[in-house]
Design a protein. Sequence first.
Lengths: 198, 383
Amino acid sequence: MTSLPPALQELAAALGRLPGIGRKTATRLAFFILNAPREEGEILARAIMKVKAEVKRCSRCFNFTESDPCHICSDERRNHKLICLVEDSQTILLIEKTNEYRGLYHVLGGVISPLDGIGPEALRIKELLGRLEGVEEVILALTPSTEGEATSIYLAKLLKPQGIRITRLARGIPLGSSLEFVDELTLGKALQSRSEMN
Amino acid sequence: MQLARLSLLNFRNYREANIHFFDGVHVIYGENGAGKTTILEAIHYLALTKSFRTAVDKHLIFDKEKMFRIQGDFTNRQGQAIHTTIAYSRDSGKHLTANGQKLQKFSEYIGEVPVVLLHPADLSLSQGSPQQRRRFLDILLSQSSKLYLHHLIQYNRSLKQRNQLLLKSQEAPLDPQLLISWEENLIHHGAEIIRKRQESVVRLSELVKSFYGQLSRKADQVKIIYQRSVPEQKGEDLHDTYRRLFAEKRSREQAYGSTIIGPHRDDLLFLINGRPAKAYASQGEHKTFVIALKLGEFQHLEQQRDQAPILLFDDIFGELDAGRIEEMLNQLSDIGQVFVTTTSRNFFDKISHFKHTTHYYAVQNGTIDYQTETPENRGMQGA
């Protein structure tokens, strides 16, 4: 195992940088790719090149998209007076799957965390303030961590004076819990019962 | 709560072990360093996902192995089985599985297997630092309420974040709204912690008072008072008091670079006949107080969880005489399971008026990967 060909080592090292992939899994994947037919490797390589070349961020909501504005921002049937604020693009996917929401989104790009050196200036808050014209309600849908909470409180204090209704996802119990702590709240339910923030 | 089987793999000095337990008292004896406390440590780890001897999990791994694993088969009072596995590896950290379900958040699990530990360090509870007493209370309440543990975790995280902001504000001016956002977080979680502590300490105080009286056989009046840095104000909501204190202390806190009000600064005051135990109690009274406190913890948890906690007594016989231990155990009407470690088995033989069945386990460390297991049911009923 110590003397893998350098090219294979390089591939394993690159795969090992992916989230959730340890050294062993990376090596296994590298061997799999090496053993697979040539086309398989090319499909993977092309897909990676293509995603990097063609997918960009929407200039309005900052979701990933191939067209700008994205299909959500340019959908006239959606409610443009309603913006759902999310931490990252994956959350949009989750919310879309609930089929409970027909407004727009804004991807904040993280949450405030002094310990990680992330302050309000590192997030897309200015961009949010720039698109509030005609918006009646902003839903805060950040993760229910302490950082998400503090960010929500910060934003609520910032947006309230603008006369916009600020709501957030129902605070029940953290999603995906089990045993007695739990209450099987789905994201869709949380959206339905969002509450006013003071 | 009953532990029927404990399996260890590469845990401390156990290469591999598979031990069966029963109802009643388990005496684990052997020489120093043989691995007696390790058994208690493993049970504690299964209950709280933490050791009481070290905060560094990799120190628990046998020699140069890559991982350790602890498994326990528990049955609760309602007859439900709880199979818990905790594995820790140097590469991928800690993994907890309960009844085949992998749990991402350990806080969902803590409290399912309640334990009460009494070890030599506890004997300074009534004399030691406020931190030690807060820890005692937090472990008790975290096991009795998952919501408490949730608030505690969130509170501690928010505290770190706010302290970081306070430190930074010493270098450059800070957006005050940012600080307030974290304060609102601390108030939300802190108020829940304070309320729960207040309510529980009242109940704990009553339990400890009664146990202390029985143990000391004197009419001493014992009381526990929860001392809070955010006090109760008549006619003012706790959140408002908290907010007002933050506003008052903010500039001082910025100068300190840390948060000085909140439940992380609170303490428990132990009173014997109206006088603080810390200043006035004799060594004997301190010991009696700590035992009464532990019995109170047991009873409180038992009521909260409808489950007799597993009792772990680690090497306390040097500190306490046999009569006191016997009395302590006999105090507990529904004792469930007890595990005690001792260097001398004879010590336990002296306890003659013991109501509970006793099982003996010899621990030897002569061979690294082998553990002798000699359950002898001595059935010391009546006498």
